[in-house]
Design a protein around this ligand. Structure first.
Ligand code: 2AM
Ligand code: CA
Ligand code: CA
Ligand code: CA
Length: 266
């Protein structure tokens, strides 16, 4: 039998330890490199934190598998077994430029089912924490189930660049949505945007392309609170592949999907 409570206690403890390493780096000069393009940044701290978690997991749970953004984990073809999906720093650009608005994100899945989701806002010391069938907590305060909200009174997390010309979606699909909601916000940290939907600070969040480590923990939080997690076409996410993301409170998800995202040919 898997001892989930032991895994949970360890994961939380390692996150706090990792956060201290990140905070200590604020006084150092960072080695900043680029990945897929000149704005896709990575630092030695991203790599160090991923290796820190992998070392702990391998030592304590040798049978578990790991997927991490910086590539020090396993390369997996199936979701069988227990898998830790880790983003050591989500929001690296914010980490580099602002020293805030970034998070550590860890989702732990068993045979494709989300069991534990942890998103830690290091600088604000806010830990968003879900255990399957046991609710979601922010620093041990329970978060409420997600309730219906009117589109005209909702705030949606999305990146402004998607309403300009881009290769993934016709701006004519998103522009009417942007016009009809109460407001839009962009935080530059997918995990925190999931956490904000969980905490009721945002009502929905849209992203045109995320990787499993960006959404693994957040998906567990949102689903545990009764929210809906799909891609922009309303399809379930694949834990091993990149996909578009659309999460929202229950009624709002249906309304946006049918009245906006399903319109047009894209
Ligand atoms: P990251 O900081 O861990 O890379 C805004 O950039 C959000 O999108 C962040 O959560 C960021 O995660 C994520 N993201 C996913 N793919 C990205 C890419 N190719 N370049 C920059 N950010 C990316
Ligand atoms: Ca990255
Ligand atoms: Ca990320
Ligand atoms: Ca990252």
């Amino acid at each position: 039998m898997t001892n989930w409570s032991d895994i949970d206690i360890n994961a939380k403890c390692w996150i706090k330890e990792a956060a201290q390493i990140i905070k200590n780096s604020f006084s150092q000069t960072l080695d900043i490199q680029t990945k897929s393009n000149r704005n896709d940044l990575v630092t030695e701290i991203d790599k160090k934190i991923e290796q820190f978690f992998i070392g702990k997991i391998r030592r304590n749970y040798p049978g578990h598998k790991i997927i991490g953004e910086e590539g020090f984990g396993d390369s997996l073809e199936t979701t069988a077994g227990i898998i830790w999906i880790i983003d050591p720093i989500d929001g690296t650009m914010n980490f580099v430029h602002m020293q805030r608005n970034f998070a550590i994100s860890i989702g732990i899945y068993e045979n494709g089912v989300g069991m534990i989701g942890l998103i830690y806002d290091v600088v604000r010391d806010e830990l968003y924490h879900a255990i399957k069938d046991n609710g979601v907590y922010m620093n041990n305060l329970p978060l409420n189930r997600l309730e219906e909200v009117k589109l005209s009174e909702s705030i949606i997390g999305m990146n402004a660049s998607w309403v300009t010309e881009n290769k993934r979606i016709d701006p004519a699909i998103l522009a009417p949505l942007v016009k009809n909601v109460r407001g839009t916000r962009s935080y530059g940290c997918a995990a925190l945007e999931f956490a904000y939907v969980a905490a009721g600070r945002l009502d929905a969040y849209i992203s045109l392309r995320l990787s499993p480590w960006d959404f693994a923990a957040g998906k567990i939080l949102i689903e545990e609170l009764g929210g809906v997690v799909t891609d922009l076409r309303g399809k379930p996410l694949n834990l091993l592949e990149q996909c578009s993301i659309f999460i929202a409170k229950p009624g709002l998800h249906h309304e946006i999907l049918h009245n906006y995202l399903h319109k047009g040919d894209w």
